[in-house]
Design a protein around this ligand. Structure first.
Ligand code: SAM
Length: 231
């Protein structure tokens, strides 16, 4: 009675009462064993020299990840977009520790022989990590200079099980790229105006698993409010 009365008064003033359900944090039942990235990256004995690599890295104004190679050769991130993603040199390694053990454990402890698609692969950090673990990888990105960087990383490491392609996400389909066991959809959903459609398309590519990493907005309230109004 009281609630109805209060509600009626509030509604007249243009407000409403909304019950917010307590948020539930769902955690996996078991933590997977720790798995570390292959780092520093190995060097292909027949690959480019220190000088050649240094020259190639200098050609680009933008490097999303800091890279370290065997033989004490390292390069920082380069960007004009300060932030958590770009300023923290070990961010990609931290992300690896955060979610890759779940994927590798789900795949039976190894990526050997898995067909993996790396959506929006940037300069190929994730593709190369998977290829070095024996997966057959296709990585694609819409930016030509990033695919050049990824090709460079492939030449340096000798990770031959990866193919990099220049492709817009919306052109991705099994007809164009084939079928995959696993799809990495990392740091991408927040780039597109239709994230749900992007998820549907990602699902079409994945036979077993999707590894999804994106930004979320943790709100205590519903993201969508349906508001009652006087007819
Ligand atoms: C934040 S980075 C994420 C890179 C990597 N997946 C990661 O998580 O570390 C976003 C990437 O999405 C790529 N990208 C944005 N829109 C795209 C599109 N329509 N098709 C393909 N790649 C796109 C960008 O070029 C960039 O490499």
């Amino acid at each position: 009675m009281i609630k109805r009365g209060v509600r009626r008064v509030l509604r007249r003033l243009g407000y409403d009462i909304l019950k917010v359900p307590p948020s539930r944090v769902v955690r996996p039942e078991q933590e997977p064993p720790a798995i570390t990235p292959i780092w520093p990256l190995p060097r292909n004995p027949g690959g480019p020299s220190d000088d050649e690599i240094t020259k190639e890295f200098a050609r680009y104004n933008f490097w999303h990840y800091a890279y370290e190679f065997e033989g004490d050769l390292s390069f920082p991130t380069r960007h004009n977009n300060p932030g958590l993603d770009t300023d923290v040199a070990g961010r990609h390694l931290q992300r690896f520790h955060h979610f890759m053990p779940y994927l590798i454990t789900a795949c039976g402890g190894s990526l050997e022989g898995k067909r993996i698609l790396d959506v929006a692969c940037n300069s190929g950090f994730w593709s190369i990590q998977c290829a070095l673990r024996g997966a057959e990888v296709v990585g694609f990105d819409a930016r030509a200079e990033l695919i050049e960087q990824a090709q460079l990383l492939k030449r340096i490491t000798g990770a031959n099980g990866v193919e990099f392609r220049l492709l817009d996400f919306w052109e991705m389909s099994p007809e164009v790229l084939g079928n995959f066991d696993v799809v990495l959809n990392l740091g991408f959903l927040y780039h597109v105006p239709e994230p749900l459609e992007a998820l549907e398309r990602t699902k079409r590519m994945a036979g077993e698993y999707i590894l999804l990493d994106t930004a979320v907005h943790p709100a205590l309230e519903c993201a969508i409010h349906l508001k009652w109004e006087e007819p």
